[in-house]
Each structure stands twice: as C-alpha cells, then as structure tokens.
Design a binder for this molecule. Structure first.
Ligand SMILES: [Zn+2]
Length: 413
C-alpha cells in the first residue's frame, strides 16, 4: 500500500474507522485475488455470513458491483465481484514543458477519456491550471461523470516538487510556479483531494504498474532536462526526505566541461545530454509557430537520415547519460531501467549507447538480471502513473473511510 498520504489539500480528514472485515474483503477484490463471495471467504478465513454482510454493504454503497459471469457452467452461473466503474472518477494532469496530457479514469484503472492542453508551462500556473481545469471539467461533462464524484486529482509537474505541500520548489523555466499552491488551487475546483508529484515519479509508477515489469525500477526521463523516478521493490515511489530524490539532472557529467546550466553551475548532465541540449547543439529550434514539437520531429528526421552530426551528438549524449546511469545502477541496483522522454523515441541509438556504458561500468552482480529498455507507454506513462497513485490513495484506509462517508451522502451509483 501507498505509505502515506501526500498532501491532501483541505477538507476534514475523517478518522479512519474502516471495519477490519470490510478492509479484508475489499483488498481481495482490489488486488484481483478473489472475485466471488465464496473465494473471499476461503482466502480471508472470514465466516461466509460476515463476507456476505460486508459485500452487501459495499454493493449498497456503490463501491463494488456483482455481475453474472458470461460463461455459465451448468446450474446457477457464478457471480463476479469487481470495483464498480461508477464508484468514482480520477482526474490526472501530466504537465510538461510544452503541453499537458490530461485524462479521466474510473477506479478500475480504465481510462475514460484523454486530451492534450497546449499551454506551455512557462505561461505560468494561472493560465496552465485554468486551461487544465476547464478541459478536465469538459471531459467529465462529455462522459456523464459527476464532478462531485471525482475522488482524487493527480498532477505531475516537470520540476522539483514538495510532495507534502503540493507545489513546485524553485523549478527552472517555470516562471510563477515556485511555491504556487497547485494542490490548493485545484481542490477549490474539484472539491477532492489533490496530489502533486514530480512528472518523472508518475512516469516511473506508470511503467512499473505494467504487467511483467519487475521492480525495483529506475526511470530516466530525457527531455528539457534529465530526471529520474525511483520505484522500490514494493512498488512505492521513493521520494527521499524532501521529495528531491531522483533529481539527477544536475549531477556533473564527465564531458560536461564549462557548459553553463540553468541552475547556475557548469557541466550538469542535463545541460549537455538532455533533449533540449541536443537540439541547441545542432541549432534546431525546439518549437515553431506551426509545430510545438518541431525539435523532436526534426531531430528524429536527421537521425533517420543518418545525419553524421546528429548521430554524433546523440551518441555523445547517450555516453554521458550512461555514465550517470551506471552510477545509479551501483547505488540502487534496479531490476528494470526505463528510458523515457522524446529522446527515447530514437530508440536504438540512445539505448545501445546507454547500454554499452552501463555494462562496461557496472559490476556483473548489478547488471546480470538488469533489463534496460525504452518506455512502453510513451507520453501515456505519466497518466497511468497518476491513476495508479490515485487508486492506492482511494483504497488506502483513510481513503476508504472518505469514500464510505461520501457514498453515504451520495447514495451509491
Ligand atoms: Zn545544473
């Protein structure tokens, strides 16, 4: 379970009084370990009558639903228990430098709708959050989802985030965002708990929540800067003492020389090997009036055409990133390493470059079972991570207490 809550803006926190039996029943359904009353009784060791009572309670509250299985065996078809798709909605906004990916999902992790809001992050928090809020409310309306039944809002920001306070802390290239109360602001619009996290943490969580992905997992995003998200063996985000864990873009690169970084230091890996740094070194503008992703498209084209300057720059960047990653592999010993961001779309050249350095540098014990790969989810990773983070919160004991209290007021589905 998700360890502690992040900053949950506003609202009185109900004391978590969730009956133990109800907790057990719901855990078995949420984890998919049991999908019928009989199975829940078998696995939990609870009396069938107790299970029946708790299941009925959760059905009545609209949190679970019970459907007849399609493939009926002879006699009475079995009845399958799942989380009700009507139990509530999750809203996610993954804010990036040039645009924001938004989505709404139900509590079964199913994405109901997605969209992109094209407002660059340097337009300031007011403009971005207004645009995001308006479009999220639009998606809810278009899909017949009651805004009052949004159970949690998750926001990813492309900079250092104070997870407890729900705001960015001295992010670069984000004027107006430093200390801006993002969580509080969105809570006013959605009247639901709001969690703000670093975008790479969400991306890492999204990748880790895919089937057949082993943890611990390290996810490196190579975009306007370079950042890492760390997922522990238990599947939790490791944020460190202050939320700064994984902020690796300002580690000094071996070949960083005197290249000035936006942080004021020289030679940071983010300043020499990020997507932005690569575009700058090749003289490619990041965006044009017609194409917000011009830089990414132009670089991909150059690499596809085997342009020698572009290939050289890309390999150079891969080597610098590889050096940092090799160090992180020693430090953290992940089972899976995922490279994401626009540079990861140039799959083979980046991947082979990073792999070569990591295997050369890191010790065999750390690399023997290590999988190094590019993102499976691409730009959707943050959305899926946000949904995973929200469902953990919603089905945690305090979250469940809140859900039960809310459903009492709203009267089920
Ligand atoms: Zn720096």
């Amino acid at each position: 379970m998700h360890k502690s809550g992040g900053y949950v803006a506003g609202g009185t926190t109900p004391s978590p009084t969730v009956p133990v039996a109800l907790r057990r029943v719901l855990d078995l359904v949420v984890s998919g370990e049991a999908t019928s009353r009989a199975e829940i009784a078998r696995r939990s060791g609870l009396a069938r009558s107790t299970v029946g009572q708790q299941v009925d309670h959760l059905l009545h509250r609209g949190i679970l639903q019970e459907l007849e299985a399609r493939e009926s065996v002879r006699g009475r078809p079995p009845r399958i228990l799942t989380i009700s798709p009507q139990a509530g909605t999750i809203a996610v906004a993954d804010i990036d430098t040039l645009s924001t990916e938004i989505a709404i999902a139900d509590l079964t992790h199913r994405v109901l709708a997605r969209d992109t809001v094209d407002i660059p992050v340097d337009s300031g928090p007011q403009a971005v959050l207004d645009g995001v809020t308006e479009r999220l409310l639009g998606l809810l309306a278009e899909h017949g989802r009651d805004p009052a039944r949004v159970r949690e809002v998750v926001v990813g920001l492309p900079g250092p985030v104070d997870f407890q306070q729900g705001c960015a802390v001295r992010p670069t290239g984000m004027p107006g965002w430093d200390g801006y109360p993002v969580a509080e602001r969105l809570r006013e619009s959605f009247l639901a708990p709001v969690v703000v996290d670093n975008d790479v943490n969400l991306m890492a969580l999204g990748e880790a929540s895919q089937d057949n992905v082993d943890t611990p997992l390290l996810c490196i995003k190579i975009a306007s800067g370079i950042g890492a998200g760390i997922i522990t063996a238990d599947g939790d985000v490791y944020r460190g003492a202050d939320g700064a864990a994984g902020d690796i873009g300002h580690i000094r690169a071996i070949g960083g020389g005197e290249v000035l970084c936006s942080c004021g230091n020289v030679g940071c890996v983010g300043a020499v090997a990020s997507h932005r740094a690569l575009l700058r070194s090749l003289g490619i503008p990041e965006a044009t009036g017609e194409d917000a992703l011009h830089g990414a498209h132009a670089l991909a084209q150059l690499v596809a055409n085997s342009d020698p300057r572009a290939l050289h720059a890309l390999r150079q960047a891969a080597t610098e990133i590889g050096e940092v990653v090799a160090m992180l592999v020693h430090m953290f010993n992940p089972r899976t390493l995922v490279l994401g961001g626009p540079l990861s779309e140039l799959r083979d050249d980046l991947l082979s470059g990073v792999r070569a350095v990591v295997y050369q540098r890191a010790l065999p014990l750390a690399t023997r079972k290590l999988t190094i790969t590019t993102t499976q989810l691409g730009t959707s990773a943050g959305i899926h991570g946000g949904i995973a983070l929200a469902t953990r919160d919603i089905f945690s004991t305090p979250g469940l207490a809140r859900l039960l209290a809310a459903e009492r007021g709203q009267g089920g589905a």
